[in-house]
Write a protein that binds this ligand. Structure first.
Ligand SMILES: NC(=O)c1ccc[n+]([C@@H]2O[C@H](COP(=O)([O-])OP(=O)(O)OC[C@H]3O[C@@H](n4cnc5c(N)ncnc54)[C@H](O)[C@@H]3O)[C@@H](O)[C@H]2O)c1
Ligand SMILES: O=c1ccn([C@@H]2O[C@H](COP(=O)(O)OP(=O)(O)O[C@H]3O[C@H](CO)[C@H](O)[C@H](O)[C@H]3O)[C@@H](O)[C@H]2O)c(=O)[nH]1
Length: 325
């Protein structure tokens, strides 16, 4: 297929693009490099530097695209709490402009990067796709808005769309020939890469946001999913798209780890100390969330290959060590 990947210079988009190219697809990456890196764009693709809002129309108009995988967006929960306007403009405004351009140029297939955080603090564990939407912060609200927007576009235009609700992406796609893909956010906000930076001596301490939550050890609980496993779900979801249908799949491993358990796992995997400073809760944080991916497993035939937290951390560590050499 001829594919447009928005946000393909980012962490998850570049990983998925690598698998798409390996599978023989022709890929154009559109990314404004607001948080991505041109060096992360996989070889064998066409790279266009630009904002989705400004450039998607020209890019889609210039070629016979079969589908779009839409990763581009702002992703930081805490930032979204202080700058909601930027999040609505980029995540929802960008998606609206992309959908306009797709419609104008007859591109009828879309995979959208949604998030498990749309469900907020639900009592349901593990969380299925039918759990209610209760976003706790503007970032999650922008993703929920797009999830709610897509069924209407599918019904009216015959669009084939799937929202993949990722839980916590982590790890790295390791390739022996230097084409590895991993997390390189700057500044980094995600737990595993930050804890690894502490283990590597690049930061002195880990600020642990909240230790008085109603969880077994008082810290928040998350479901970590290897980025390579997330990536493989995109190829399956792409093949399963159906005109006029909006599908949703939650993607996680079905296992919850507290922040303290993650920190201890990093100490075990790396053999390095991780000093922790107990800090205030982070605004907008969900207490605990674990995915049910039974639907993706049953309908897409998806099967995570590296579900163990220690393997996920080990691959992220290997990626970071490789880059720092
Ligand atoms: N990382 C996670 O754990 C996680 C979890 C759930 C959902 N998601 C979603 O997955 C997607 C990818 O996340 P990621 O972790 O790879 O983030 P990332 O920041 O590494 O990648 C996002 C990419 O989009 C680009 N971008 C942002 N706005 C753009 C715009 N308007 N036009 C063009 N390019 C733009 C950035 O430069 C970056 O390369 C995001 O939509 C995010 O909300 C991520
Ligand atoms: O320095 C840090 C960083 C994080 N945390 C804690 O670690 C947990 C995980 O935080 P992350 O920022 O790694 O991940 P989130 O669950 O907040 O959110 C991430 O995963 C979500 C999906 O579940 C979203 O989609 C979002 O894009 C992405 O940031 C939270 O309790 C957070 O407070 C710390 O204690 N210290």
């Amino acid at each position: 297929m001829k594919l447009l990947v928005t946000g393909g210079a980012g962490y998850i988009g570049s990983t998925v693009t690598t698998l798409l190219v390996e599978a023989g697809h022709e890929v154009t990456v559109l990314d404004d490099l607001s948080s991505g890196h041109e060096s992360a764009v996989p070889d064998g693709t066409t790279f266009v530097k630009g904002r989705v809002q400004d450039a998607a129309d020209d890019v889609l108009g210039a070629g016979d695209f079969d589908a779009v995988l839409h990763f581009a967006g702002f992703i930081e929960v805490a930032e979204s709490v202080t700058q909601p306007d930027r999040y609505w403009e980029n995540n929802v405004g960008g998606t609206l402009r992309l959908l306009d351009a797709m419609h104008r140029h007859g591109v009828g297939r879309l995979i959208f990067s949604s998030t498990g955080t749309v469900h907020g603090n639900t009592d349901q564990h593990p969380i299925t796709e039918t759990a209610g939407l209760a976003p706790l912060n503007p970032y999650a609200a922008t993703k929920a808005a797009v999830d709610l927007m897509l069924p209407g576009y599918c019904a009216a235009w015959g669009l084939a769309a799937t929202s993949l609700r990722y839980f916590n992406a982590a790890g790295a796609l390791l390739r022996p020939d230097g084409r590895s893909c991993g997390e390189q956010h700057d500044p980094e906000s995600h737990l595993i890469p930050i804890v690894l930076q502490v283990a590597a001596g690049e930061r002195d301490t880990l600020a642990l946001y909240g230790d008085d939550y109603d969880t077994p050890d008082g810290t928040c609980v998350r479901d970590y999913i290897h980025v390579a496993d997330l990536a493989s779900a995109h190829l399956l979801a792409l093949a399963a798209l159906q005109p006029g249908e909006h599908r949703i799949y939650n993607l996680g491993n079905g296992a919850g780890y507290s922040n303290l358990e993650v920190i201890q796992a990093v100490r075990d995997v790396t053999g390095h100390p991780v000093p922790v400073v107990r800090s205030a809760r982070r605004p907008g944080d969900i207490v605990a969330q674990v995915a049910s991916s039974a639907k993706a497993i049953a309908e897409l035939g998806w099967q995570p290959q590296r579900p163990a937290l220690r393997d996920i951390i080990g691959d992220a560590w290997a990626f970071g060590q490789d880059r720092s050499r």
